[in-house]
Design a protein around this ligand. Structure first.
Ligand SMILES: Nc1ncnc2c1ncn2[C@@H]1O[C@H](COP(=O)(O)OP(=O)(O)OP(=O)(O)O)[C@@H](O)[C@H]1O
Ligand SMILES: [Mg+2]
Length: 227
């Protein structure tokens, strides 16, 4: 099946994925703390917002001003305020403060107006507010299915340790794609790298790490293949 592609905001990544993420896919982006998940997601939404797409960042932990500050600290993302409140919306849903269960959260998301791009940061927070692991899995499946009404969706997942690609609750099976950001311990210095583990409807080199550079100028995937 040929799928339309959604550009990611990283040119090299689009090339690796035959043009971008497959349309109507829910992709899990996992990684340890500080690997760059949030910045990747902001960059991906900005890519859509600049093309006039309707984009939404659902943050379960950080406040919108913190996210705006993070984007503005990088030159290539410093135009964020141009779109904010227009076709790019940041929603803070603090589940603890609003005493929101995962079931109600999933219900809330399913009632959102139709979006082109949506990010949920992150799945671990939803896990805390689900009653049991079994109900988490069921609600996650429901969430993934409702996210498919948007053109493209990213679920962020904080992992411990570089081997893991999900929180241990099988998010990886529910999603259409899995990408991971890890720090590889090379001889000179650790290198931030992006690995594609799974991408339905797409031909790609699985598990090959590519260097992901974050600087005050831009976020960029380089040509460097680390083998
Ligand atoms: N302006 C900047 N210039 C260079 N590097 C930056 C800049 N802003 C952020 N970074 C890098 O990006 C990292 C933070 O990225 P980000 O917040 O996206 O990570 P994360 O994976 O979402 O982390 P967390 O698990 O804490 O949510 C910082 O630790 C830093 O290494
Ligand atoms: Mg983050």
């Amino acid at each position: 099946m040929i799928k339309m592609r959604v550009t990611t905001g990283l040119k090299k990544l689009d090339r690796l994925l035959s043009g971008g993420l497959p349309e109507k896919s829910v992709v899990l982006l996992s990684g340890g703390p500080g690997t760059g998940k949030t910045l990747f997601a902001l960059n991906y939404l900005l890519e859509g917002a600049r093309n006039g797409e309707k984009c939404c960042y659902v943050s379960l932990s950080e406040y919108d001003n913190e996210l705006v500050k993070a984007a503005e600290s990088i030159k290539s993302m410093s135009d964020i305020k141009k779109y904010l409140g227009k076709n790019l919306v940041i929603e803070n849903i603090l589940m603890s403060a609003s005493n929101l269960s995962m079931g109600r959260f999933v219900d809330l998301i399913s009632k959102y107006p139709k979006l082109d791009r949506i990010v949920i940061d992150d799945v671990n927070k939803m896990l805390i507010f689900s009653d049991t692991e079994k109900s988490y899995r069921a609600y996650l499946a429901q969430l993934v299915s409702s996210l498919k009404s948007s053109k493209s969706a990213l679920l962020l997942c904080e992992t411990e340790g570089d081997e893991k690609i999900d929180s241990g609750n099988k998010e990886a099976y529910e999603c259409d794609g899995i990408m991971q950001i890890v720090f590889l311990d090379l001889e000179e210095k650790p290198m931030r790298s992006l690995i594609i583990h799974k991408m339905r409807y797409t031909s790609f080199d699985p598990k090959v790490p590519h260097e992901l550079k974050i600087s005050s100028k831009e976020m960029k995937l380089t040509e460097t293949k680390i083998i």
